[in-house]
Design a binder for this molecule. Structure first.
Ligand SMILES: [Zn+2]
Length: 59
């Protein structure tokens, strides 16, 4: 099953904020704004793992 996911952190806690601009979404978990991607649960988990890893390296 395809679902909308944040391309940055893999969260599904995303919302379409600007009706005039379909590509503008916001993620409530990482404050990402921009185009969203669609994927299955596996993709969401993969992105989330990469995001957690990159957060570690930033600190
Ligand atoms: Zn996010």
């Amino acid at each position: 099953m395809m679902q909308k996911i944040c391309p940055r952190c893999g969260s599904r806690n995303v919302k379409w904020i600007i009706p005039q601009n379909w590509s503008q979404w916001v993620c409530y978990d990482c404050d990402y704004t921009g185009p969203i991607i669609e994927g299955n649960q596996d993709l969401a988990e993969e992105i989330h793992e990469n995001y957690v890893e990159s957060q570690k390296h930033e600190k």
